[in-house]
Ligand binder design. Structure first.
Ligand SMILES: Nc1ncnc2c1ncn2[C@@H]1O[C@H](COP(=O)(O)OP(=O)(O)O)[C@@H](O)[C@H]1O
Ligand SMILES: [Mg+2]
Length: 337
């Protein structure tokens, strides 16, 4: 908790129309106390937006409440607090999260996971602006702004009966929808620079790596991109980050795409009268080996694995085709990171 209170407000990077519009709304919402519902796939930046709205309001604590991570049996005492001896194990008095949020913002993350009986209680708190700790007879003030987030289709959950309609209306006063990263690809370069500055100092991406990152659909959205850069920085000590250290999912995507491009080029070359001369199988094999060695920067073990052949076979073919591959000189490692 103290970490959340002390953290500087995060930044919302991106110049896509959607992100610019959200930035405008954040500023307006900072001036009001109305509930906000944030919708979007996981990793799209809902929590960033919640924190920025809170920071723009400049009032009280920001209290994150992750409904998906909470033990349902303890939820009530977590939210409302409890008095000493309220139940077995309640050794001392505990202040509830909603009391901490008084005067500030309670961020209900993954609100779709909130059990139905807690939904009723939360609605009551939002109406009465007070709570009663478990085991206590006294009421305490809990007047906070609520920001809720979910990656679920909450309206559909209401129709299905798994989310209360009255609470949904109460939360759904202003809705912001964070689009997935694949629908705002123009934000990817700025996000890459942002995370490189955060994790990698002055490191840069190799051109192939940049191409791979720009063409990847990022199903885990900004979080996946951030993790990817953190990983690349951790695995590379030199100033240039390389494709070979991408996580497998991204690597497979890049290879799948490269082979589609090659197949399309091959199909095109067979189709028209201006078709390029057909390559012999030997030539294709030779090129595949050269490409694999270039891609892995001369790492024979990785190259053999990528080509789906054994290392001895690879050595034999390298000799057979007279392929000379020079490992690029090692880049000196950057000190002090
Ligand atoms: N537009 C953005 N600019 C900078 N960082 C972002 C942006 N969107 C998301 N992030 C970062 O990506 C990670 C996931 O964002 P988060 O807000 O937790 O997503 P969600 O709550 O939608 O799952 C966080 O580390 C966050 O700082
Ligand atoms: Mg989240």
């Amino acid at each position: 908790m103290s970490r959340d209170l002390a953290d500087a407000p995060p930044v919302l990077v991106g110049e896509s129309a959607a992100i610019r519009e959200i930035r405008r709304k954040i500023e307006k919402l900072g001036r009001s106390r109305c509930p906000v519902l944030l919708l979007g796939e996981t990793g799209t930046g809902k929590e960033v937006v919640a924190r920025l709205i809170h920071a723009a309001s400049g009032q009280g604590n920001f209290v994150p409440i992750d409904c998906s991570a909470m033990n349902p049996a303890l939820l009530e005492s977590e939210l409302f607090g409890h008095v000493k001896g309220a139940f077995t194990g309640a050794a001392s008095r505990k202040i509830g999260l909603l009391e901490l949020a008084h005067g500030g913002t309670a961020f209900f993350d993954e609100i779709g996971e909130l059990p139905l009986e807690m939904q009723v209680k939360l609605l009551r708190v939002l109406q009465d602006r007070r709570i009663r700790p478990v085991g206590s007879l006294e009421w305490r003030q809990a007047d906070f702004r609520i920001i809720a987030a979910t990656n679920r289709d909450l309206a559909a959950e209401v129709e299905r009966g798994s989310f209360r309609r009255d609470l949904y209306y109460r939360l759904n006063v202003v809705t912001l929808r964070l689009p997935p990263l694949r629908d705002r690809r123009e934000d990817i370069p700025a996000l890459i620079s942002h995370f490189l500055a955060r994790y990698g100092g002055d490191r840069r991406l190799s051109p192939e790596l940049e191409q791979a990152m720009l063409s990847y659909p990022w199903p885990g959205n900004v979080r996946e991109l951030e993790n990817c850069i953190e990983r690349l920085v951790a695995l590379n000590s030199g100033p240039i980050l390389h494709l070979a250290d991408l996580p497998t999912g991204l690597m497979n995507h890049w290879y799948g795409r490269a082979s589609q491009v090659a197949a399309a080029a091959a199909a095109a070359s067979c189709a028209g009268p201006t078709a390029a001369p057909v390559l012999s199988l030997e030539e294709i094999e030779k090129r595949a080996i050269v490409d694999a060695l270039a891609f892995t920067q001369g790492d024979h073990v990785k190259a053999a694995r990528l080509l789906g052949i054994g290392r001895t076979t690879l050595y034999r073919k390298i000799r057979q085709y007279g392929i000379a591959f020079q490992r690029p000189p090692r880049v000196p490692s950057v000190e002090g990171r």
